[in-house]
Design a protein around this ligand. Structure first.
Ligand SMILES: [Zn+2]
Ligand SMILES: [Zn+2]
Length: 478
């Protein structure tokens, strides 16, 4: 019963294992998020994964005993126990009617215990709400349980009378082994006859295996709990005080037992075929996604593939992802980073312009400039197709001392985009780079003269003219 943990989240229990590559994965590591049929697929080798079963995800009940003892100490359960115990001593009479009243109180409480069991079996940690529905609906359940106890007692009596005390003792042990199963079947199916069907009961015990036996032992110990506590109180003064204390503690222990049986159903719900409402790995998934995710906004399997060093595969996944969700800047960013790592020139070039455009849109011009530098080291002749991106990029490159790169992206702009309004400021920038960084005054001069000729009335014309004067003065002083 050793737990298997996720390879990439060592504290999280694994939900799946891959028979192909042997990787164990939690649900925040698999890529069912884009598979409509929700088949869990191995992110590494694309094989269907095998479920490790809920037993691997849910802590066994024997590791959380203190929590069972604390469970009935919530306000609503305590009030319910207190109120019923009070009604019990108020209505107590040593007559048949009085005894029937006590039985009715017990059945009302048993109904509540079943609600606790069902709530816990579905996966909820909180106690069920006490309202009219809870009290009125399914009132047959405690009567069926009472019927089963009467039947057990009747058969026990017959065994004792016909075969003697030893056989009756053996019968008692066997029955005690079957009682938790009958309670669970009654809670699941609400059927008297299924709850006493030995074949069905035996199949439940077999499916749960050893944990069922452990459950039985715990329940037997708890059964004696009420009486044990009573003996600690010594002999109370009045009978009613003793009854009150006994009621409170037997109800307390009954809730622990029913909560524990509910939890056992939850733990083994897959083997028992019981539908639950709270998925056991929901919590794991949430904590993993919030706290340990390095690539926020990325599908789970991408992170796994990166950790596994399968960069080329991630690049392929990211490309596919961009086609389905073109707006996500994070996908383009990661694709750039990984394609650079993998020396995948085609992917870098294909992704380059959309990434730069998204970065400039969001004013990350510094990052955009370093992306274009990356691209140009792979292919110096790379040309950006969107004319609007070039001026902000070139200006950023100049400010970080990458004048030559700026010139390279400006090169041929006027021929490619002859009508673009950025031409004057771009070529003024180019002239400044030529003159100030590369000391090519004559080429700068040529650009400026040309600009003045083509844009004599442009708002930048005075600035271009005065810069031309500066260049002229500089070149004569050289
Ligand atoms: Zn695999
Ligand atoms: Zn994981």
């Amino acid at each position: 019963m050793n737990k298997i943990h996720c390879k990439h989240h060592p504290t999280a229990p694994a939900s799946w294992t891959c028979d192909q590559c042997g990787t164990d994965l939690c649900s925040s590591c698999i890529k069912h998020d884009y598979l409509p049929d929700k088949v869990a697929v191995c992110p590494v080798c694309d094989q269907n994964l095998r479920s490790l079963g809920s037993e691997n995800l849910i802590q066994p009940f024997w590791l959380r005993i203190p929590r069972f003892f604390l469970f009935p100490l919530n306000i609503s359960s305590l009030l319910y126990i207190g109120a019923l115990s009070l009604v019990s001593i108020i209505t107590f009479q040593p007559s048949l009617i009085g005894l029937l009243f006590q039985l009715a109180i017990f059945l009302v409480f048993l109904k509540y215990a079943y609600a606790v069991l069902a709530q816990r079996a579905a996966g909820y940690e909180s106690p069920p709400e006490i309202n009219a529905d809870m009290i009125n609906q399914g009132l047959d359940l405690p009567f069926k349980q009472l019927g089963i106890f009467l039947l057990i007692g009747f058969i026990g009596g017959a065994v004792y009378r016909n075969t003697g005390p030893v056989a009756a003792y053996v019968y008692d042990i066997i029955i005690n082994l079957f009682i938790p199963a009958t309670v669970m079947v009654l809670a699941i199916d609400n059927s008297f006859f299924r709850a006493i069907n030995p074949i069905l009961l035996f199949s439940i015990i077999r499916r749960m295996g050893l944990p069922y036996l452990i459950l039985c032992i715990f329940l037997l110990i708890l059964q004696g709990g009420g009486g044990l506590v009573m003996s600690l109180f010594g002999r109370p003064e009045s009978f009613l005080a003793a009854l009150f204390i006994f009621n409170i503690f037997s109800m307390y222990f009954l809730l622990i037992m029913f909560n524990m049986m509910g939890y056992a159903i939850y733990q083994h719900h897959e083997a028992l075929g019981y539908p639950i409402e709270i998925e056991p790995d929901e919590q794991t998934r949430k904590t993993n996604q919030e706290s340990t995710k390095q690539y926020v906004g990325m599908p789970n399997d991408i992170e796994v593939l990166i950790k596994e060093g399968q960069i080329a595969k991630v690049v392929g996944r990211l490309k596919a992802l961009i086609k389905t969700q073109p707006g996500e800047i994070s996908t383009h960013r990661l694709l750039h980073k990984l394609a650079m790592m993998a020396n995948d020139t085609v992917a870098v070039l294909d992704n380059g312009e959309s990434l730069i455009s998204k970065l400039i849109e969001r004013n990350y011009t510094g990052e955009a400039a370093s992306v274009i530098v990356d691209i140009m080291t792979l292919q110096s002749s790379f040309q950006i197709g969107n004319a609007d991106l070039i001026y902000p990029l070139a200006r950023q490159l100049v400010s970080t001392g990458k004048g030559q790169h700026a010139l390279d992206i400006i090169n041929g702009y006027a021929q490619r985009f002859p009508q673009h309004p950025d031409i004057p400021r771009l070529y003024l920038l180019a002239a400044k780079i030529l003159c100030e960084t590369l000391k090519k005054d004559n080429r700068a001069k040529g650009l400026l003269v040309n600009l003045l000729k083509t844009y004599p009335k442009h708002e930048l014309a005075p600035e271009i003219a005065s810069y031309l004067e500066v260049v002229n003065r500089l070149s004569t002083s050289h």
